[in-house]
Design a protein around this ligand. Structure first.
Ligand code: OGA
Ligand code: FE
Length: 308
């Protein structure tokens, strides 16, 4: 098994000698917890229902007599590449993921109140998208999820290869959130992009893995009915294929953002450069992570992105 690469000490010219020593100590302490570099990890993949029926899962309690879901899963080892140092080699149109580095610190400090997150963090995410997603001119943020690794957390990291939406549910989302304008907006380009970041970075454990959209075959994308109490959405499970190329960004910090594009309507238009526009992703546990590493906390904000 590969060992973690040492983290370069960060320059700290403007710090006093004692705080330089402290910073160096902290970095050294943290760096021993951060696995870096290419490795092999086990990912949990979708297994279709044995009887050939349409896969479903219930978001909340299933109705009496029904299972929470009718499909299985299995673990398989895959190579995974650390894109640290190569962040700018990946694009939304080819890979359906993208990294932003050196993002200014958020005005939101606690990430504990939804109202406060919407007030402070949402406008920053909207601007980040408009500045970084080519040809975007309008953003509607419709949801966010805080994940914490503590045992009693409401939502934890998801160790299951998936994509949040499909053509059907992305289109539904436009109708649901922008009913008056949906018909018009659906004639243009519409995308769903999650903006993901750690809350307690640099990430020591349970990082997020993502496979390039350009390596995912349409046939390996399996729609799953996502049954809410009052409506049915659609997510996608991924059939394993060794052609799928996995990546992660080691030691992701609070000033870095991952763009996870779950859907791009241009993938359905002839003559565009878009290679699928959908990124399989999952949390994974890295066998190099020490036992006493800190659990990852994160937030993802989900955005409808329009234009031109
Ligand atoms: C997402 C997602 C899982 C995780 O951002 O869409 O699936 O563990 N995240 O953060
Ligand atoms: Fe997801």
């Amino acid at each position: 098994m590969a060992t973690a690469l040492p983290l370069q000490a960060t320059p700290a010219h403007n710090l006093s000698q004692s705080s330089q020593a402290e910073t160096a100590f902290r970095n050294k302490e943290t760096s021993k917890f951060i696995p870096r570099g290419d490795t092999v990890v086990s990912l949990n993949y979708f297994q279709p229902p044995e009887d050939g029926s349409i896969p479903f899962n219930f978001v909340e309690e299933p109705p009496k007599g029904q299972p929470p879901r009718n499909f299985g899963d299995f673990d398989i080892k895959v190579p995974i590449k650390d894109i640290r140092g190569h962040e700018d080699e990946y694009t939304l149109d080819r890979d359906a993921f993208k990294v932003a580095l050196n993002v200014p610190s958020s005005a939101e400090r606690d990430f504990s109140s939804d109202e406060s997150i919407k007030k402070n963090y949402y406008p920053e995410v909207e601007k980040l998208i408009l500045d970084n997603v080519p040809s975007s001119n309008r953003v509607f943020l419709f949801d966010h999820t805080i994940r914490r690794s503590s045992p009693n957390a409401r939502r934890a990291p998801v160790a299951r290869v998936h994509i949040d939406q499909t053509l059907k549910s992305a289109t539904q989302r436009v109708h649901q959130h922008l009913p008056g304008e949906a018909e018009r907006l659906l004639k243009g380009r519409y995308r769903i992009i999650n903006i993901w970041r750690p809350l307690n970075g640099p990430v020591q454990s349970n990082p997020l893995g993502f496979a390039s959209s350009s390596t995912l075959k349409d046939d390996d994308l399996i729609p799953i009915e996502h049954r809410y109490p009052d409506r049915t959405g659609e997510t996608a499970g991924i059939r394993y294929n060794e052609g799928q190329k996995w990546h992660y960004l080691s030691g992701m910090t609070n000033n870095e953002r991952l763009f996870l594009e779950c859907f791009d309507s241009y993938a359905y238009n002839q003559g565009t450069e878009v290679q699928g526009g959908r990124v399989p992703h999952t949390a994974f546990s890295d066998p190099r992570t020490p036992e006493d590493a800190i659990g990852r906390d994160s937030i993802e904000v989900r955005a409808l992105v329009f234009g031109p």
